[in-house]
Structure formats: C-alpha cells, structure tokens
Design a binder for this molecule. Sequence first.
Ligand code: CDM
Ligand code: ATP
Length: 291
Amino acid sequence: MTCIEVFAPAKINLALHVTGQRADGYHLLDSLVAFAPVGDVLQLRPAEALSLTLAGPESAGLSPGPDNLALRGAALVAAGQGAAIHLAKHLPVASGIGGGSADAAAAVRGMLALRGTEAPAGLGQDLLALGADLPMCRMNAPLRARGIGEVLEPLSLPPLPALLVNPRLPVATPAIFRALACRSNPPLPEALPVFAGPEPLIDWLAWQRNDLQPAACAVEPAIGAVLDALRQLPGCRLARMSGSGATCFGLFDTEAEALQAAQLLRAARSGWWIAPAVLGDQTQRATPRRQ
Ligand SMILES: C[C@](O)(CO)[C@H](O)COP(=O)(O)OP(=O)(O)OC[C@H]1O[C@@H](n2ccc(N)nc2=O)[C@H](O)[C@@H]1O
Ligand SMILES: Nc1ncnc2c1ncn2[C@@H]1O[C@H](COP(=O)(O)OP(=O)(O)OP(=O)(O)O)[C@@H](O)[C@H]1O
C-alpha cells in the first residue's frame, strides 16, 4: 500500500526581535530562522477518514485528537480524502522550536503528495490561522520572518554547528508574550551581511537578541540554567533561547566541537533533551518520499 513519509524539522530562531504589537494583540517580529536535521517523522497512508496515531520518545501527554496540529494541517488540504497518519514525535512539545507547526506543515506536504496535487490558492492564509510559525515551517530553509511571521524572505546562510538543549519543561507561548516588559524593540539591521562561514555569522548574531528571552527566564528559571550550562561548554561561542523557549542553542565554529559539547553535557545532565545539529537548509529532507 502507498505510504508517504515526511520529515518535520525543528525551526530555530537564531535572533528574534519583537518590534511592535498589532491591534489584535499579535506581536510584530523580525527573526532570523534556520532549520535543524532533528525533527518529527510523519507517515501517511490512504484511508477512509483522517486519523492519527502517535509514537516516539516525545509523544507522552500529546493527544491524537482533532486538535493535534498534524490532523489540523492535513484537514486543510484533504478535500474529502482520508489518510491514516502516524506521527513519530522526537521534538519536545511546547519547546520553542515549532514542533506542532512543523508537524502541521509536514502533514500538508504529505497530504498533497498522497493526493498528487498542488497546494490550493489561499492555503497561506489558512496556515497562518493555524499558527504564526506555520508559514516559516513550510519553507524549511534559512529565512528572515517579519510581520507576525508571515512576511518571509529566503536567505543564504552558512551551515551553523549547534547544540540544542531543552530542560524538559513545557513553556506556553502566550504566557511569554504576555510577560514582555517591552513590546517595541529595534528590528534587525535592514541589510544583512553576506557571511563567509559560521564564524562571522556567530560574531554578527552576538549583536542581535531574542527579546522573549528575559521574560521566558523570569517565567521558567530553568532556561537560565540551560543558558549557563551551554556558555560553560568548550567552544561555545554564543548561547541563546529559540522562540518562546524553553529550548536554547549553543553555537560552535565546528561540528566536532558541537558533538564534543553534546557528550560533555549528556554526562552532566541526564534529564535534559540534548541534540547536536548543523543548522541550515532542510528542504531536501523535508520533501515527501513515497515508500
Ligand atoms: C515565538 C515564535 O515561535 C517565533 O517563531 C512564534 O511567533 C510563535 O508562533 P506560534 O507558536 O505558531 O504562535 P500562535 O500559535 O500563532 O500563537 C500563540 C500565541 O502567541 C502569541 N503570539 C504569537 C505570534 C506572534 N507573532 N505574536 C503573538 O503575540 C499570541 O498570544 C498567540 O495567541
Ligand atoms: N503535533 C503536535 N506537536 C506538538 N504540539 C502540538 C501538536 N499538536 C498540538 N499541539 C499543541 O500545540 C502547543 C504548542 O506546541 P509546540 O510543540 O508546537 O510548541 P512550540 O515548540 O513552543 O512552538 P512555537 O515555537 O511555534 O511557539 C502545545 O500546547 C501542544 O499541546
């Protein structure tokens, strides 16, 4: 029987500036985003109706009901066709790396591949209504995101060796936006430099910010502990939080340094989710494959 497999990569906000707030309460952002070769995996098989089963190390506590973003994404493009979707959850839930949004975007890609059809007009608006991270999770390649997350500009960034770390404590995005002390901060520089490699990119990122980080550290102090632990690892050039947390990333000049740092941190913190990853373009891996 036909089976479509789709990879749903984690999105990492390398910088996240909160520049204003719309009348409806949503915040205006200016964010530099790259994607990790770490993510969830969806399998879709033709069926009478849409259904979802869950597995994987991070699936505990996640409901396979109609609210699951994988089902909500698939429903947007199902056009009456059913699918049995199996989601292997590897990304911690509510962790600032867009797991649910990545699953929804992957379910859309998988459902369209199963139906053998193109994305319908108006899908962009429907996706944005599901979540502000949905448009970027459709791209899976380095980008700058503005507006509330829907104004996207593809970027060329060098592959960036990183260590992703989550203290296994969920953080609710609305609570972090609510806790912001300032909602009107400077944007990223209008023109972005061309980066010859990870070193100049990390130097430049050190001048940028995640404006949600102070509020998130106040709401969940374990985030501060993760950042401190990352900063103490040999070779870590920059430690920052992604999205609304709690996942943080350390950046390294080389992949070997990131792998060594992962080993050291795993030995010290057995309860944390720790994933070395070279951040960049995951479009190839995220393309649906027929099994
Ligand atoms: C923080 C980021 O992860 C950065 O990429 C995203 O902006 C969050 O994206 P998301 O989780 O897909 O967000 P949504 O599910 O659309 O919104 C959750 C809640 O976060 C707040 N929210 C989200 C995005 C945004 N630009 N402004 C906001 O104020 C709103 O209170 C909203 O009710
Ligand atoms: N397939 C899914 N994976 C993860 N969370 C899901 C899923 N479906 C629904 N949710 C719900 O969505 C909420 C946000 O989870 P998600 O893992 O996407 O957060 P996040 O990583 O902080 O996302 P973002 O970085 O986009 O803010 C959680 O409350 C979770 O219960």
